[in-house]
Design a protein around this ligand. Structure first.
Ligand SMILES: [Zn+2]
Ligand SMILES: [Zn+2]
Ligand SMILES: [Zn+2]
Length: 91
């Protein structure tokens, strides 16, 4: 885990939830497409990023309050906390 992390990241205890499938769970219902994928660290939902038209992950945060996501993109190893606006890389 990175050095500078918030309490929400710390609460994960280093156990990250990775995407089950590399699709946005909401976009596939409506036939929409997405740019990048993120995985919610509270419930494991994989949803699309803010560069995607539907911004499903940000909507998910506003609906659920689940604070921490990771990038679901292969090769990217970072977390983001919506509540603290904090970015952290992990190895
Ligand atoms: Zn936080
Ligand atoms: Zn989406
Ligand atoms: Zn969630």
């Amino acid at each position: 885990m990175a050095d500078e992390i918030c309490s929400h990241m710390e609460a994960l205890g280093g156990q990250l939830k990775h995407p089950k499938e590399l699709v946005c769970e909401e976009c596939i219902k409506t036939g929409g497409d997405w740019v990048h994928l993120r995985t919610c660290q509270t419930c494991g939902a994989t949803l699309c990023c803010d560069n995607s038209r539907a911004k499903h992950m940000t909507k998910h945060f506003h609906q659920t309050g689940h604070p921490v996501i990771i990038s679901a993109e292969p090769g990217e190893q970072w977390l983001w906390c919506y509540k603290d606006n904090l970015f952290a890389e992990y190895s």
